[in-house]
Design a protein around this ligand. Sequence first.
Ligand code: NAD
Ligand code: WQD
Length: 345
Amino acid sequence: MNKDRILVTGGTGYIGSHTVVELQKAGYPVVIIDNLSNSNRDVLDGIERISGIRPDFVEADCTDMEALKALFAKYPDIKGIINFAASKAVGESMEKPILYYRNNLNTLMNLLDLMGPNGVKGIVFSSSCTVYGEPDVNPVTEQSPIKKATSPYGNTKQISEEIITDVINSGAPFKSVILRYFNPVGAHPSAEIGELPNGVPQNLIPFLTQTAIGIRKELSVFGDDYDTPDGSCIRDFINVVDLAKAHVIAVARMLEDKSDEKIEIFNLGTGIGLSVKELIASFERATGVKVPHKIVGRRPGDIEKVWANPAHANNVLGWKAETPIDDTMRSAWAWQCKLRERGIM
Ligand code: NAD
Ligand code: WQD
């Protein structure tokens, strides 16, 4: 039986591209909408090289209602949406809050507005562990308290979850699965797609791999005086392909009406908290490549420790993060080497 078409917003981005590959592997026809503000067309080649299928692609902005209407007119068979499209740099959101509220919230509201009239059955939304702030207790479950957001970016995730909830509770004729990602890392094992940071990376892994290859002189470890076993911060680093696979399950769940709930929320993490120092050690062990690093002061606004209790996703979705961290680090390194090979970085 032919599967329903999925609209993937932000589908040439980091998590979106890996998800498109998994959707195609599962037999879903895909159309991507992306304005290429944080990705490029070459990603489509990478997706095609892995899956053998070139996804349909529309270059447009999700805040442009007319462009979205035209897309739905062209693809009347869209039955599900995965909404990755968003601006995601925490620091930039402090400097340009309006850009973040406008882009992230208008994108979501436009999509929600068009779903009913176009017969779309469900939307998967990319949320974040940032909604838990600094948790009182780890690991965090979906019932852990939502803390006041510390950045406009984080606030857009909280507000987005509330918007989805209000729209669905108002009787909208569709479902939603909200996925709270922890720290997505790594790349496709083929090294055909991966994370492409813009400028100096703010996130740990791209900075680490760029240091390992010599683009950066050394990695700064932000603080080793935290209340953790080795003093560095603890995160739940989740392999991006494992993460992508959860989206395919979430889409099927909505389209096949496998749940009576109209809104479901899942933590997507490994359940394992790893420190920054442990992650560097894993990279060095897995690749045999040394990462020059030094301890510097804390980064303002950093969370000391957060990791997921993924039991709800494990039990209800039948999904589990399974890639060992060393394999994930090898994939991140292979991707960095591929970027060098292609003369990109
Ligand atoms: P990304 O920047 O690589 O991908 C987002 C894509 O959306 C990019 O290709 C960008 O060009 C596109 N885009 C942005 N605004 C758009 C718009 N208005 N119209 C069309 N396209 C637009 O980011 P990512 O890491 O793949 O993140 C995907 C989603 O997951 C985001 O919503 C992000 O907030 C969320 N998330 C990411 C992380 C993480 O650490 N990467 C963690 C938690 C949640
Ligand atoms: C991880 C750890 C740093 C860089 C961010 C967003 C969050 C979510 C995921 C989207 C921290 C340390 C980092 C460096 C370092 N995104 N670090 N040296 O801060 O956990 O989360 O991405 O929703 O909302 O805030 O990720 O990769 O920036 O940092 O020591 O050069 O690595 O202090 O402890 P973070 P990160």
